[in-house]
Design a protein around this ligand. Structure first.
Ligand SMILES: Nc1nc2c(c(=O)[nH]1)N[C@H]1C(S)=C(S)[C@@H](COP(=O)(O)O)O[C@H]1N2
Ligand SMILES: [Mo]
Length: 483
């Protein structure tokens, strides 16, 4: 085979691979059943701990997007190779017309092995077969140049991808807009939070508009309520399992809770608050009769975190968020909330509570982090507004977990002198942030604004600066303000 002819075959094969990925995406979307999911998630799982840590601290969400993009490309290449190989075999057997069909079937088989989902596999197979057929019909081998077939293959792959993403988006927005009515008691609590929020431009309200997410997997799990259960086992008197129906039948409570990621930057945005609905974990654990000192929580995405069992006693199992069913990205159908502790032990998609006699090591601790304990105290500076009357307004949230926030001070001269900021009225709850705001007549020139909090035990936020790794960021947030 001459070189242009070979390149042409590769182009058609890659196009079939892209179309296979698109076909699977069109039917199952970004779900665990998507053919690219295992390869995309493996990229993160197999990566060395140091690399994962670097990606999360340096690139944040971009790191996982890059891994995801790499996973998509790798899957397209694998499926493309399968389609190409099958076509070659059909040609050799003297049945070139059967190529697309055989290719599609082979892709569906490999797709089924990857996704363990029939719909997803058929979507992939049909995608690959359609593109291969389109290229054949558009440019029969005898009549056209190889270059034209390659271009056609590219166009067909692009069209398949666009159609899949477009169709999926339309479908997803149609289903996602199906919001459930917010119960009255939740609505009352949410409006109370709204009233307590400062009216400061570009300051997020006390209940976050946009709650951050941190995930180890490129594609989140998507367990259904019917399939989900949580098993309590290990050092317990009585092993118990609760289904979603069991949880639904229990008395539900609503509580405000703030979450903060140990891996965020000092003035970063991985700090948010929501009103959660669910049941106290003790309501589930009492019957189990806990006998160990430690606990390991495990999740459907393979995540696991260990911590002392005491912290579990104030824990909560959330099934709702801000009056809606818990969103998939935040751990649907049920997640743990462990008040006052770094976000990482607030395990999403919770499937197991294993009580242990001996300490063990969690997912992030295996990668060098120390994120199972209580949060550091922080006051952040998120809003800087130059008011019409010439004053400067600075504001942000302050958070110290269950210690609470007692005071926030602001310096406008780089830390020489300090004044008290106004604090928002506290939300009901044991583990919630507060907002602070401070307005002042600015000096003539550029100046340094510094902010620091004092927690509910009277302890001042430490001044010494530390980066996030391994125990969470610390230090006072400061910012240069121009006149
Ligand atoms: N199953 C599971 N739970 C998880 C994680 C995860 O990757 N998988 N990330 C943890 C981390 S590091 C944080 S900071 C919080 C973030 O919760 P959120 O995504 O709802 O903001 O979830 C924690 N729970
Ligand atoms: Mo985190």
């Amino acid at each position: 085979m001459d070189l242009p002819h070979r390149l042409d075959r590769v182009a058609v094969a890659i196009a079939a691979g892209v179309a296979a990925v698109a076909g699977s995406y069109a039917v199952v979307g970004e779900s665990p059943a998507f053919v690219a999911t295992p390869i995309a998630n493996a990229a993160v799982t197999l990566a060395p701990g140091a690399l994962v840590t670097l990606a999360i601290t340096l690139l944040g969400d971009l790191g996982s997007k890059l891994a995801y993009g790499g996973g998509l490309a790798a899957t397209a290449l694998v499926l493309g190779a399968v389609a190409g190989g099958a076509r070659l075999a059909a040609d050799r057997a003297g049945r070139p017309l059967a190529g697309p069909l055989v290719g599609g079937a082979a892709v569906a088989l490999v797709g089924a092995a990857l996704s363990t989902d029939l719909t997803s596999a058929v979507g992939a197979g049909v995608g690959a077969a359609l593109v291969a057929t389109a290229v054949d019909v558009g440019a029969p081998a005898e009549t056209t140049t190889d270059a034209r077939r390659s271009v056609l293959a590219g166009v067909a792959a692009l069209a398949a991808g666009t159609l899949a993403v477009g169709g999926r988006r339309t479908f997803a927005s149609a289903t996602e807009s199906a919001q459930v009515p917010v119960p009255d008691d939740v609505a009352t609590l949410l409006s109370e939070a709204e009233e307590k929020s400062f009216d400061v431009e570009s300051l997020e309200p006390l209940v976050s508009d946009d709650f951050y997410t941190v995930d180890i997997a490129s594609v989140d799990p998507d367990p259904t309520r019917e399939d989900w259960s949580v098993r309590i086992h290990g050092a317990v008197g009585e092993e118990t399992t609760y289904t979603f129906e069991d949880i639904e039948a229990m008395d539900h409570e609503h509580q405000f809770n703030t979450l903060r990621c140990v891996g965020e930057t000092l003035n970063g945005r991985k700090l948010d608050t929501a009103l959660w609905t669910g049941v106290p974990l003790m309501d589930l654990l009492d019957a189990a009769d806990l006998q160990g000192e430690y606990v390991m929580l495990r999740a459907a995405d393979g995540f696991y975190e260990e911590f002392p069992v005491d912290a579990l006693e104030s824990g909560f199992l959330a099934v709702g968020m801000n009056g809606q069913p818990l969103p998939r990205g935040h751990g649907a159908p049920a997640r743990a909330l462990i008040p006052g502790h770094w976000g990482e032990i607030n395990v999403k998609w919770l499937t197991e509570i294993e009580v242990l006699d001996e300490p063990a090591t969690g997912y992030w601790e295996e990668r060098g982090w120390h994120g199972t304990g209580p949060v550091n105290t922080v006051a952040k500076l998120w809003a800087e507004n130059h008011l019409d009357d010439g004053r400067v307004e600075v504001a942000g949230p302050a958070y110290a977990g269950t210690r609470g926030i007692e005071r926030v001070e602001v310096s406008t001269d780089g830390g020489e002198t300090w004044a008290d900021a106004d604090l928002s009225d506290p939300l009901p709850g044991e583990d919630v942030w507060r907002q602070w705001v401070y307005r002042y007549e600015p000096p003539a020139g550029e100046h340094e604004v510094v902010v620091r909090a004092t927690d509910g035990t009277g302890t001042l936020q430490p001044r010494d600066e530390k980066r996030a790794y391994p125990s969470g960021p610390s230090g006072w947030v400061s910012r240069t303000v121009q006149p």
